[in-house]
Design a protein around this ligand. Sequence first.
Ligand SMILES: Nc1ncnc2c1ncn2[C@@H]1O[C@H](COP(=O)(O)OP(=O)(O)OP(=O)(O)O)[C@@H](O)[C@H]1O
Ligand SMILES: [Mg+2]
Length: 225
Amino acid sequence: MIRLRNVSKIYGKQKALDCAVLHIKQGEFVFLVGTSGAGKSTLMRLIYREEVPTKGQVLVGGVDVAKLQDYKVHHLRRRMGIVFQDFKLLCDQTVFDNVAFIIRALGMSDREINRRVRGALKIVGLHEKADELPTCLSGGEQQRVGIARAIVNGPPLLIADEPTGNLDPQTSMEIMEILEQVNKRGTTVIVATHDHMIVNHMKKRVITLDQGKIVKDMDCGTYEC
Ligand SMILES: Nc1ncnc2c1ncn2[C@@H]1O[C@H](COP(=O)(O)OP(=O)(O)OP(=O)(O)O)[C@@H](O)[C@H]1O
Ligand SMILES: [Mg+2]
């Protein structure tokens, strides 16, 4: 599903990513770990085509994303859900409307929107809070809205950049369990995190970055302190 062929991303003199070679198959659950500045977000931004590589190729579903025209980038992003550390919710809109936002823009019928939003909220356990504003929710609940928004269009790929960075350990584990459920429904999940406890508990594939290089890639891996 995702293939990186000798990918480097260089900002000025800074090698954010250095000759990365990587293959992630459909249905995998992958952690990206490494110290601050190791290149985790850069790798993710290359996959969702927020950035293009300085060298090498990033293939998503067999397509070289650097070569996509702008309108095709929109098509690519529709097949991905993206979850951020700071949730990025619309504070003046209800939970329902936050989750519905993207599929409304796709011109779906109200009935279909309703069905999909309720379904996504059920997966994250927030179906009873559909009419609340995000400001009335806890951090963990807000992140669950972020996940519902990311999965509402049934994407084959979910990318989460430090989704638990602002949450306590118990809530972080609940968020990871939701991501695991999403993965069990067939979505490929890629999570960047600094959280040793979560990575070591989940026993998934762990890719370790250090100064832009992939230094370790292990199935059922761990994140050493
Ligand atoms: N837009 C940019 N312009 C210049 N340098 C950048 C840019 N984006 C990232 N970098 C640099 O590239 C390197 C990798 O950054 P990146 O954000 O990918 O790290 P990270 O592993 O996600 O770190 P963190 O854990 O702090 O989020 C860093 O040295 C960073 O300063
Ligand atoms: Mg980052």
